[in-house]
Design a protein around this ligand. Structure first.
Ligand code: ATP
Ligand code: MG
Length: 515
């Protein structure tokens, strides 16, 4: 700094010369001397000094203060005033020009050096500060994240353009308002207003983050999903004098996530559809092959076909056609259920009578190899349920119990109506092959068959249909099973399905209204 270039403005020629020589002795470069304000301004512009030593009292139209203020308007150069005395008014005026120091006459060379060095340093620090501030302002103005600053009273002191765009508030209107008003946030799940992060930071004195599902309510009431963090602004090591909130729009990210989820769901549906089609066509191929082979054998044998053989072949064909019919019916049922076109038509019926008739029909059709023992434990078994769906439900469960039990096995079918809980409990218990533990959780998936039934015919659709029927009644189904011991299916259905349906839709309606 010893090489600094200095302009001396002093109307006393002798004093000016003395100062110039002192400056030279100190190693500074004197760019010129001026004895009037006008000359000083011209020389300052011409020689571009790094500092101006300015006498406050100058002869002529302009005094030192007026001259300094004009020089400062045009050049970023620090001014140090030289003064023999200073009345309060003069000093007040001088202050407006933001001087970098005063030297009171008479002064020593040392005084001069100290004042100049401090002035130059102050000027350099000020310039650096200004540059930092400019950089910060550029950064805040150009960043895509929104920034709001608030003071220790929680009032807004700053907003960058991104914050203006996101909140819908202009900085000039927002300044001085409560941060909670400008940065109004709600929990998307509960739809309640959240504590403002500014208040939270001021209380907790540490950085806070928003919860996952947070939305900003903009000035015009629009909701924008956002993410944010709020940090304390500290003056000293622990004194908080404000809060800065940084937040960003999550709409796009949320949208992308939703699209990804939709795509995944679509892909999964496609996969299931392909699996469904391939499994169904495979299941049709087996009985078709049986029919084809039986017909070919009958043709080949022509007149030699005995009555016994014809009977065998016809029985095979009949069995194959029946299994195709069953499969067709299951696929149609699934299709209706998937398209949400399952017709639910509850009627008043007597459950005991229904169960007995079902077992009778079932035993005739299946010419059952197992004994089905039905016990009704209740006197009043009147209920409102969908008879058609109950047929599917218990038909499939009984068919499984028979299919997966040894010939001559006993199947227990129990009914208990509970008027207090207003439900009917059904238990279907067999002593068949049982279901391995790891398979039990997946029984209600389409085409899923347990690992121990590979040699027994089946498609893996029966329990899916059962589950649909239970769901249509808003009921529950559970299974307990042990390999080699047997299986029990427990079904609980509301006695009045119509009522339970209305209750469900009323609850939904209430939920909607509460919103
Ligand atoms: P179908 O579609 O012809 O009914 P399936 O009987 O194989 O074929 P589901 O009725 O859906 O299919 O049953 C799924 C699987 O659950 C069966 O393959 C079998 O492994 C197991 N399962 C169901 N009920 C019983 C039971 N009572 N005892 C043992 N295993 C059973
Ligand atoms: Mg089955």
């Amino acid at each position: 700094m010893g090489q600094a270039r200095i302009l001396v403005v002093e109307d006393e020629v002798i004093v000016a010369r003395t100062i110039a020589s002192q400056l030279s002795q100190l190693g500074y470069v004197v760019t010129g001397t001026a004895s009037s304000g006008k000359v000083a301004i011209a020389k300052a512009l011409e020689t571009q000094p790094e500092l101006v030593l300015m006498d406050i009292i100058l002869k002529g139209e302009m005094d030192g203060i007026a001259t300094a203020s004009q020089i400062r308007e045009q050049l970023d150069v620090p001014v140090i005033y030289l003064t023999a005395y200073g009345d309060d008014h003069t000093l007040e005026r001088a202050k407006i020009t933001q001087p970098f120091g005063y030297i009171v006459k008479p002064f020593t060379t040392k005084d001069l050096k100290i004042a100049i060095e401090i002035g130059l340093l102050k000027h350099q620090l000020e310039r650096e500060l200004r540059e930092n501030r400019d950089q910060l302002a550029t950064l805040l103005n150009s960043m895509s994240d929104a920034v709001i600053a608030a003071n220790e009273q929680g009032k807004v002191t700053f907003m960058n353009p991104a914050a203006e765009a996101l909140t819908g508030w202009q900085e000039k209107d927002a300044l001085g308002n409560e941060a909670a008003k400008i940065f109004h946030i709600v929990d998307e799940v509960t739809d309640t207003t959240l504590e403002n992060p500014v208040t939270k930071v001021l209380r907790e004195q540490q950085v806070v983050y928003l919860g996952e599902f947070t939305s900003l309510i903009t000035k015009n009431g629009k909701r924008v999903p956002i993410g944010d963090s709020a940090s304390p602004l500290k003056r000293g090591s622990d004194q908080i004098n404000g809060v800065v909130v940084v937040f960003w729009d999550l709409s796009e990210r949320r949208q992308t996530k939703l699209l990804e989820q939709a795509l995944e769901k679509e892909q999964e549906l496609n996969r299931l559809k392909s699996l469904f089609i391939s499994t169904v066509s495979h299941e049709f191929r087996n009985p078709l092959t049986v029919v084809q082979t039986a017909v070919e054998l009958m043709e080949m044998q022509g007149v030699n076909l005995t009555d016994t053989k014809r009977g065998i072949y016809l029985k095979r064909i009949q069995g194959a056609v029946q299994s195709m019919e069953k499969l067709m019916e299951e696929v149609l049922f699934m299709g209706r259920a998937e398209a949400e076109k399952l017709i639910f038509n509850p009627v008043t019926l007597n459950l005991e009578q229904f169960c007995r008739e079902l077992i009778e029909d079932f035993s005739i059709i299946k010419s059952s190899v197992c004994e089905i023992i039905f016990t009704c434990h209740s006197e009043n078994t009147s209920a409102v349920m969908d008879e058609g769906l109950l047929h599917y439900l218990f038909g499939n469960l009984l068919s499984n119990a028979v299919k997966y039990s040894p010939t001559g096995g006993k199947i227990q079918f129990d009914l208990i109506c509970d008027p207090i809980e207003k439900v009917a409990n059904f238990y279907i218990q067999d002593r068949g092959i049982g279901i391995p533990e790891p398979d039990q959780a997946r029984l209600f998936e389409s085409f899923y068959r347990a690992s121990n039934v590979q040699s027994i015919k089946g498609t893996g659709l029966g329990l899916v249909i059962v589950k649909r029927c239970v769901d249509a009644h808003r009921g529950q189904i559970n299974v307990t099973s042990q390999v080699g011991v047997g299986t029990t299916f427990t079904i609980i259905l509301p006695l009045n399905s119509e009522l339970s349906l209305t209750e469900v839709s009323n609850t939904n309606l209430k939920k909607e209204c509460d919103k």
